[in-house]
Design a binder for this molecule. Structure first.
Ligand code: 0WD
Length: 254
């Protein structure tokens, strides 16, 4: 994998169930140096404790992705310590709870804009700032879900935001490719995390997947983490602008 001493920024750890945390553990095992960004004081203490306990020596920087200045400053601060970067994991998404339970047709203008801002636009702003420091090329990986491709009841405004995110992956891959920066997404099957708690009927989604997916089981966060390690590594050097499904094959089912 040739990952030892690579420098990767992890965005989106809220707690130890976060997909971003499982990804961090897999990267840590490969000897990767990590910088964690956290959203506001709310998460500073809890994420800080997690990082200090399991990955001491990692960087910790505040970054609310709704604020351009915070994104700019976060990458500047990380670069001041590291001098350059090799990769970014963007594992961030948000929609208002009421927009994940009512009919999509009732989505408010505010709710639509917020979901797009945090879940899709943030990748554009992050890629722009990160690319300044990915000086020897690099890899950016984001997390998406099949609700972008087809209607998953209740996923609603998040599905539309994920469609924008996946389209952004392609446009960003085109823009940053000449600098040897790759941009890809992983479309993960449902995983029990804090974000998943907001999706109504999550449990019944899981049982359908266990019954109908080709592998007849749900998705482990470790599977998503291993694919992220691959996408950040030299092994995937020919892949960009791609959405890789890590979902027990469920997306191929009619
Ligand atoms: O089934 C699942 N859990 C799947 C998740 C299946 C497929 C994809 N995904 C995606 C999510 O949509 C998201 O993009 O994976 C990504 C990570 O989600 P997660 O690990 O399931 O959820 P969680 O642990 O809640 O992490 C998402 C975090 C936020 O957590 P909370 O729960 O506090 O909203 O995104 C971060 C925050 O840490 N986040 C922000 N970070 C910076 N600025 C912001 C913000 N404004 N808003 C949310």
């Amino acid at each position: 994998m040739k990952m030892k001493d690579k420098k990767v920024v992890i965005m989106g750890v809220a707690n130890k169930r976060s997909i971003a945390w499982t990804i961090a553990k897999a990267l840590h095992q490969q000897g990767v140096k990590l910088a964690f960004t956290y959203q506001g004081e709310r998460l500073q203490k809890s994420v800080g404790q997690l990082v200090d306990a399991e990955m001491p020596g990692s960087l910790m920087v505040e970054c609310d992705v709704t604020d351009d200045m915070q994104i700019e400053t976060a990458f500047e601060q990380i670069n001041e310590v590291w001098g350059s970067l090799d990769g970014v994991v963007h594992s961030i998404g948000f929609a208002k709870a009421e927009d994940l339970s009512e009919a999509y047709v009732n989505t408010s203008r505010d709710g639509y804009a917020l979901a797009q801002d945090i879940s899709a636009y943030s990748l554009v702003a992050v890629s722009r700032e990160a690319s300044k420091y990915l000086t020897a090329g690099g890899s950016i990986v984001t997390m998406t879900y099949m609700g972008s491709e087809r209607v998953i009841p209740n996923y609603n405004v998040m599905g539309v935001a994920k469609a924008a995110l996946e389209a952004s992956v392609k446009y960003l891959a085109h823009d940053l490719g000449p600098s040897n920066i790759r941009v890809n997404a992983i479309s993960a099957g449902p995983i029990r995390t804090l974000a998943a708690k907001g999706v109504k009927d999550f449990n019944s989604m899981l049982s359908v997947i266990e019954e109908r997916s080709p592998l007849r089981r749900g998705t482990d966060p470790e599977e998503v983490a291993d694919t992220t390690v691959f996408l950040l590594s030299h092994m995937s050097r020919g892949i960009t602008g791609e959405v890789i499904h890590v979902d027990s094959g469920y997306n191929i089912m009619g």
